[in-house]
Write a protein that binds this ligand. Structure first.
Ligand SMILES: O=c1[nH]cnc2c1ncn2[C@H]1C[C@H](O)[C@@H](CO)O1
Ligand SMILES: [Zn+2]
Length: 380
């Protein structure tokens, strides 16, 4: 089995990580002090980190999302945004991430008078500083931004226009996030149609707190390139007369040949629609009940285009290495599985194809060749 150190050194690609869900607790405390924010639930870093993990652990996406009030409070100034973005890149690079698409909702950073453009430029500057520091520290990483619109709000067309405006300056695509139940993706059809006319890329949070209808709308009405989470696609699987929902644990051990796919899940698999899966986050919002039986392993065995992601490193107390390590330790994943999901993620990235290929050939494959060589020479 892979050691923690080997997992950390494995090249990793990350498609689904929220900037406002990945701050260092100490940074929250320091910026709160600078900007005069007094609402923090704890004043030492360890207690604050614990508070985020516990509060996000409620089993409800809506309650999970309430914890973002505190991170957003310290991300309202150019300096705050730049620092958070820079540290995000440094933390990912130190964890072995070589490519990342980091998302955030510009509309949530306007409370202190910044414009949408100010927000995008501050974050981009932080990303560039982070890339430079990471390269200097011997951990090169490429980072791009995804701009999110909040699904309960009415700014999606404006945010989509921002994506197109900054497409050649560090912004790779668009997303919608926030509470899913009651806010179907078709509410934002105008934004998606605009992006398609502009040949722009987008992903949609779908199939996390709500099931197949949300996934179906995201793909067939909105035209999503990828699905954020998409974990509920398993509701469309069955073995004989037994639907997945009747006995999820039994499915994790099922022979793939015995599993029948419905029309929607077949479409998702056959069109190679990437699933941005986030195992630990799903445990906290009750979209899954254990790592051992998380649908990601069944979907991998059924050859869906699965990727592994962090979602919110602060709220889940996690990292890419931790997510992968959990899958290795609790769901039997191998180094070949980690390589496969990393290449899946790179193939599904929103940067140009030649740039994706270069990262696969020059960084990902050689990194795994080195790891596999270690495995071959290790004593039995
Ligand atoms: O997993 C999630 N599902 C839906 N919305 C989410 C998730 N994680 C974070 N968000 C929201 C809260 C953030 O403020 C927003 C933009 O990053 O996206
Ligand atoms: Zn998310």
């Amino acid at each position: 089995m892979l050691t923690d150190d080997q997992v950390r050194r494995a090249p990793k690609a990350l498609l689904h990580d929220h900037l406002d869900g990945g701050l260092r607790p100490q940074t929250i405390i320091e910026i709160a002090e600078t900007v005069g924010y007094q609402g923090l639930p704890a004043t030492d870093a360890e207690a604050l980190g614990q508070w985020f993990r516990d509060s996000a652990d409620s089993g409800s996406l809506e309650r999970y999302l309430e914890t973002f009030d505190h991170t957003l409070a310290v991300m309202q100034t150019v300096d705050g945004l730049q620092r958070v973005a820079r540290e995000c890149v440094e933390d990912l690079a130190a964890d072995g991430v070589v490519y990342a698409e980091i998302r955030y909702a510009p509309e949530q950073h306007l409370q202190a008078g910044l414009s949408l453009e100010d927000v995008v430029e501050a974050v981009n500057e932080g990303f560039r500083q982070g890339e430079k520091r990471a390269a200097d520290a011997g951990h090169p990483i490429r980072v791009t931004a995804l701009l999110t619109a909040m699904r309960h709000a009415a700014k999606s067309t404006e945010i989509a226009e921002l994506v197109v405006r900054y497409r050649d300056q560090g912004v790779a695509g668009f997303d919608i996030a926030g509470a899913e139940a009651g806010f179907p993706p078709t509410r934002h059809l105008d934004a998606f149609e605009y992006l398609r006319r502009e040949n722009a890329h987008f992903t949609i949070h779908a199939g996390e707190a709500f099931g197949l209808p949300s996934i179906w709308e995201a793909i067939q009405w909105c035209g999503a390139d990828r699905l954020g989470h998409g974990v509920r696609i398993v509701d469309d699987l069955s073995v004989g007369d037994l639907p997945y929902t009747a006995d999820p644990a039994r499915f994790s051990a099922a022979d793939p040949a015995d599993v029948t796919l419905g029309r929607l899940s077949s479409y998702v698999r056959d069109r190679r629609i990437p699933l941005e899966m986030c195992p630990s986050s799903n445990l906290q919002t009750a979209a899954a009940d254990s790592i051992a039986h998380h649908p990601i392993t069944l979907l991998k065995r059924l050859k869906f285009r699965v990727t592994v992601n962090t979602d919110n490193r602060l709220m889940s107390g996690t990292s890419m290495s931790r997510e992968m390590g959990l899958l290795v330790a609790e769901a039997g994943w191998t180094v070949e599985d980690l390589r496969w999901v990393t290449i899946n993620a790179m193939k599904s990235a929103f940067i140009p194809f030649d740039e994706r290929l270069a990262i696969i050939e020059d960084v990902v494959k050689p990194g795994y060749v080195a790891l596999l060589a270690e495995a071959d020479t290790a004593p039995a």
